[in-house]
Design a protein around this ligand. Structure first.
Ligand SMILES: [Zn+2]
Length: 83
């Protein structure tokens, strides 16, 4: 996934289908709290969290990702590290 400085479209359009830890359903996750480009480029963490909503039970699901590269106008978020 790529987070652009002026758009969350590529993050929002990336579908995740996983088992929800709350209801146990294999379900689609809906992005509810996208990462903030300004904060990430300021602190450059190696791992980040993104918050989604389970489409079955509507509870909050937090996923952790590895950032592979920071560029001036893009952040490359590559590896899904789990819940
Ligand atoms: Zn659920």
């Amino acid at each position: 996934m790529i987070l652009n400085h002026n758009s969350i479209k590529k993050i929002a359009d990336k579908a995740f289908r996983t088992h929800c830890l709350h209801c146990g359903d294999k379900t689609n996750l809906i992005l509810t709290s996208p990462p903030n480009f300004s904060f990430l480029t300021r602190y450059k963490p190696r791992n980040i969290g993104i918050v989604y909503q389970c489409s079955s039970c509507l509870d909050t699901v937090f996923l952790k990702f590895k950032v592979s590269r920071y560029e001036e106008y893009k952040i490359h978020i590559e590896t899904y590290l789990g819940l």
